[in-house]
Design a protein around this ligand. Structure first.
Ligand code: FNR
Length: 373
């Protein structure tokens, strides 16, 4: 169907299931074990409802905001996700161009299927992108890469920490697909290609296992300092799943955190990020003043975005939805997805009495059912 026929974020997933290759669908949709967390990420949003405020003049409004020093036209970013070329031959470059047209920030995965040079060259003047890193067992490769992305003009480093060990991505494993690893973004050492899981070629265990063999499993809090030593860029730690670790991130002095469970792809029964955000708002509100708090996982509508913003998130990420939009409609799909979100965010904001992102307040959202007492 034409891209304009897409009315909901979910429409891209529905079409994706029909038109994507089996390899792409199984890799994108896949989650850990029985996929409970992947479902819960979305279901949890249904447990929060608004308390709309009235008589606040909804005529003019704006969705412009910023997070970690980056300006954005929407409180939404593209979560870094690997292998966009499985869905569309132009891969991540479509995401870059779409993000540029819509004024949003893209997270680039270290496992992107386009080369870093290609992606960075597809940006508009001044377009902010974040680079997501997994640390390589060969630390020299990580150093070279951090220096390269800093020089090429990334605006932030996302350090993903929720993958200390591989997981069983059930439908990806069942599909047993073999893929060529993404280009080595880790120049100067054993990159993703060189570090690919050697067993993958003998007995294919899916896309995820084929591309992740280079990742260091021996990570500690000291690695935040390691990254800081090799780049001046702000650091955003992605994959925070407890209040204790959120506190440690504030102590470590990072600029941002993303409450995330990797879209349910790592630890089945990890908590839904929107619940963590609520927990933080209730139990640790001081954290919102110490670093920028973002979240991703299960965001499928503008109302989801607004709920997270009202609870204190600076911006929220979408992973699969951008891959599906790119897979079904390429760059135009990416732009259409932003339009859908913009319309829904604006409608929701106006209907709850917020003309501006800063008008969104915790009192406007809470658990479903009456708030008594
Ligand atoms: C991911 N994600 C991810 N995260 C990351 O830090 N580096 C990566 O390379 C990838 N790769 C990746 C591939 C695919 C196919 C998916 C679906 C996800 C996780 C991603 O950034 C994000 O946390 C989730 O996708 C958010 O959940 P939703 O929006 O997909 O529900």
């Amino acid at each position: 169907p034409p891209v304009d026929a897409m009315l909901l974020v979910d429409d891209f997933e529905q079409w994706g299931e029909k038109v994507l290759s089996g390899t792409a669908w199984n890799y994108y949709k896949s989650a850990a074990d029985r996929e409970f967390t992947a479902d819960e990420n979305q279901n949890a949003f249904r447990r929060y409802y608004f308390r709309p405020r009235i008589l606040r003049d909804a005529t003019n409004g704006s969705t412009n905001t910023e997070f970690v020093g980056m300006k954005t036209a929407l409180p939404v970013f593209i979560s870094p996700a690997a292998m966009a070329k499985l869905g569309h031959p132009l891969g991540e470059v479509n995401l870059t161009k779409g993000a540029g047209r819509c004024g949003i920030v893209q997270g680039i995965s270290i496992n992107a299927s386009c080369s870093l040079d290609e992606i960075m060259a597809a940006r508009q003047q001044g377009q902010d992108v974040m680079f997501q890193i997994y640390l390589n067992k060969d630390r020299q490769a990580s150093i070279t890469l951090l220096e390269k992305v800093t020089k090429l003009g990334a605006s932030a480093i996302i350090f993903t920490v929720d993958t200390p060990w591989r997981s069983k991505r059930t439908r990806d494993v069942r599909a047993k697909t073999q893929v060529a690893p993404p280009p080595s973004n880790t120049e100067g050492g054993k990159g993703p290609a060189a570090g690919a899981d050697a067993s993958a070629s003998k007995a294919p265990l899916g896309v995820s296992r084929a591309i992740s063999g280079y990742q260091d499993t021996n990570l500690t809090w000291k690695d935040i300092d390691f990254i800081r030593q090799h780049t001046k860029l702000p650091i955003i730690v992605k994959g925070i799943q407890s209040m204790e670790d959120a506190e440690l991130c504030a102590e470590a002095g990072v600029q941002g955190i993303i409450l995330s469970n990797h879209g349910g792809r790592q630890c089945d029964f990890a908590p839904a990020p929107i619940d963590l955000l609520y927990e933080m708002r209730i139990n640790r509100p001081h954290l919102f003043g110490k670093l920028d708090v973002m979240m991703d996982g299960g965001v499928r509508s503008g109302s989801d975005v607004v709920k997270a913003l009202a609870l204190g998130a600076k911006a929220v990420g979408l992973g699969r939805s951008f891959l599906y939009a790119n897979g079904t409609h390429g760059e135009e799909g990416v732009v259409r997805l932003c339009e859908i979100l913009e319309e829904e965010i604006t409608n929701t904001m106006r209907n709850i009495g917020a003309n501006d992102i800063k008008d969104l307040k915790p009192e406007m959202v809470g658990p479903a059912g009456p708030w008594v007492g």
